[in-house]
Write a protein that binds this ligand. Structure first.
Ligand code: LIP
Length: 269
């Protein structure tokens, strides 16, 4: 299917920012050996990528609003459109020279997510999806995996680190999951978890306490790849709750039930 004008705009912005990130990633690999480490440099790389995306999208679609990881909410004259952008998802990976990070750009129209682009420049994997037009990895059409049981599934999640809550809850969830699934993985970037689930590599994904820019583009991909996306209560409050669960209709249902069983006030600590 020929790319739409909208997709061209989103992909061009992602590719341009990716060139900057890839240059900076090369530097970060050199900086690992310094005691201070590349912390400040990575923050600057993140901002550089965000500036590029902001400028490119503003040039192409004047007046659209933004929700961006670094800038936050930027109101636009056009109240019906909003870009939701993470210029560097997988920051900790990037900081540690782990080549698993991506740019995530979504478009919301009248409050509905209508398009998403996720680009992992190191693997040169470009994921695109538009509402009603399917999801693609480069030129290949995507479908979520067809496995019907958690028993056969490889699932992925985010592990809360120092300074984030939910440690006990995550331990309880993983303890339950590891008894029921074929394998658990952790990529360190929510948008990659979502893209890889859309591509059928992972069968399911869940995470708590993530941000709209981590998940917006991936939500479009999953839906267009035939998957189910909900918050952990089975509703559509992903942005408000910060929680997300995805998979095909069979595995998603089993995953929600498993997480429900582990939920308790103590486990949420
Ligand atoms: C990351 C998320 C990831 C989560 C990390 C972090 P960032 O976003 O994508 O899923 O587990 O802790 O929040 O900060 O790399 O954009």
């Amino acid at each position: 299917m020929p790319a739409s004008a909208l997709m061209n705009v989103m992909v061009a912005a992602a590719r341009k920012a990716a060139r900057s990130l890839v240059r900076d990633f090369g530097e970060v690999e050199q900086l690992q050996v310094s005691i201070k480490g590349p912390g400040n440099f990575v923050t600057a790389a993140d901002h550089r990528a965000e500036d590029i995306i902001f400028n490119e999208l503003t040039k192409a679609r004047h007046g659209y609003g933004f929700l961006m990881e670094e800038r936050g909410e930027v109101a636009g004259a056009d109240k019906s459109h909003r870009w939701i952008v993470d210029p560097l998802d997988g920051t900790t990976n990037f900081l540690h020279s782990i080549p698993l990070f991506a740019i995530s750009i979504a478009l919301e129209r009248e409050g509905q997510l209508v398009a998403g682009v996720i680009y992992n420049p190191i693997m040169d994997e470009l994921y695109t999806a538009e509402k009603g037009k399917g999801a693609f990895l480069n030129d290949r059409r995507l479908r979520v995996a067809a496995r019907r049981t958690l028993q056969d599934s490889v699932v992925t999640s985010g592990i809360p680190h120092r300074g984030r809550g939910g440690h006990e809850r995550h331990l309880a969830e993983c303890a339950a999951a590891m008894r029921e699934v074929a394998g658990i993985r952790r990529t360190g970037a929510a948008c990659i978890d979502l893209a890889w689930t859309a591509a059928g590599r992972f069968d399911a994904y869940w995470e708590h306490a993530i941000q709209p820019w981590d998940m917006a583009a991936g939500i479009v991909l999953i839906r267009e790849a035939g998957g189910i996306v909900t918050d952990l209560k089975g509703g559509q409050g992903m942005f408000d709750s910060g929680s997300i669960a995805v998979g095909n209709s069979y595995v998603h249902k089993q995953l929600l039930a498993l997480l429900e069983r582990t939920a308790s006030p103590v486990a949420a600590r």
